[in-house]
Design a protein around this ligand. Structure first.
Ligand code: 13P
Length: 333
């Protein structure tokens, strides 16, 4: 058994309380590689932001759970080395789909887990989430559960259609499961293709997707005042990165994300955790494609991973400062 406290990690409880009260959101960035971890830590330290480093089941399959846990431990030490005496770093399981997977992560140094039973019938979702909460809380690990279904594909999670969260269910669900935060579905979705061009309106040459269902978010906030709400599928799919990828040999068609103004608005509400994965993938791929196209003789991975890391760091800082507003929000610097 490895307890996250021994690794210098924190759970989400205090940071969410402050985020909801302060009208900002904590970034939850997915990671699979050392370069992503370094870029996340550099960005969090430079901006003095708390940060959630999250690992999906696919990331564990790719990189190995033990290695990822040690990367998170290294992240805490690295943040201190970079001059941040009291970093607030959460190691979170993204989209845990079974009790066994959540337990394994809790037993191996994760400070927070998501149990995603959103595809199950309501009562089964409650029973599964409650079982995870009962286990996790013994070790002061926080639990995110989900109500409503997001469309899109992400690692091993996929759904063809979204179903918005029903506000009338949230009190019963959060009370009976005892979860610490609730992921809701209000129109975001996983991946880099969140909307078809047909669903969008052309404004000044830019395809603008339909707005998120803020009415549902506000109804949920009224039912659960001060309760931490989570938004998955919140990449904005920056056009400059998509254009770079396409300019240097890629082929990404109709990649459309969530406009940043909408995420900025959501951050000011009870939404206190915003999940971003695809934007990091795009930033990394764009930088690697550009570097290799401009330097065809390079074959040392450090030559193209360095600009990739820089580009991700720039993107993370932009999200923290200009979209989520979590800069300068560490309890102690
Ligand atoms: P994006 O695909 O929009 O980055 O969403 C990531 C996510 O929600 C991880 O759980």
């Amino acid at each position: 058994m490895v307890n996250y406290k021994d690794l210098g990690l924190v759970n989400t409880r205090e940071m969410f309380k402050r985020a909801v009260a302060g009208g900002y959101a904590i970034p939850a960035f997915n990671f699979n590689t050392m370069e992503q971890m370094q870029a996340i830590v550099m960005a969090a330290v430079e901006t003095k932001s708390p940060v959630i480093m999250q690992v999906s089941k696919g990331a564990r399959n790719y990189a190995n759970g033990t290695i990822l846990r040690n990367l998170a431990k290294g992240a805490v030490e690295y943040a201190k080395e970079l001059g941040c005496e009291h970093p607030e770093i959460v190691l979170h399981l993204d989209h845990g789909d079974t009790f066994e997977l959540c337990k394994e992560c809790i037993d191996n140094g994760f400070s927070s887990v998501m149990i995603d039973g959103s595809h199950l019938p309501y009562e089964e979702n409650i029973a599964l989430a409650k079982k995870v909460v009962d286990y996790a809380h013994q070790f002061d690990v926080t639990v995110e559960a989900e109500l409503g279904v997001l469309a899109g594909v992400e690692d091993e999670v996929s759904a063809a259609e979204s179903h918005y969260t029903k506000p009338e269910e949230v009190i019963d669900f959060s009370t009976r499961t005892g979860c610490d935060s609730l992921a809701i579905s209000i129109g975001t979705s996983h991946g880099a293709h969140k909307f078809t061009p047909e669903q969008c309106t052309l404004v000044n040459g830019v395809l603008v997707p339909p707005p998120l269902a803020f009415d549902i978010l506000h109804e949920i906030e009224k039912k659960l005042p001060g309760f931490p709400i989570v938004l998955h599928g919140s990449s904005s799919v920056p056009m400059d990165e998509v254009n770079t990828i396409n300019q240097y040999g890629g082929h990404l068609e109709a990649a459309i994300g969530i406009p940043e103004e909408q995420l900025r608005e959501a951050s000011k509400s009870a939404v206190c955790k915003i999940n971003i994965d695809s934007d990091s993938r795009l930033a990394m791929t764009a930088a690697i494609r550009k570097h290799l196209a401009e330097h065809p003789g390079d074959f040392d991975p450090r030559q193209y991973l360095k600009p990739a890391r820089e580009n991700m760091k720039k993107m993370y800082i932009h999200k923290i400062v200009n979209v989520l507003g979590s800069d300068g929000k560490l309890a102690q610097c």
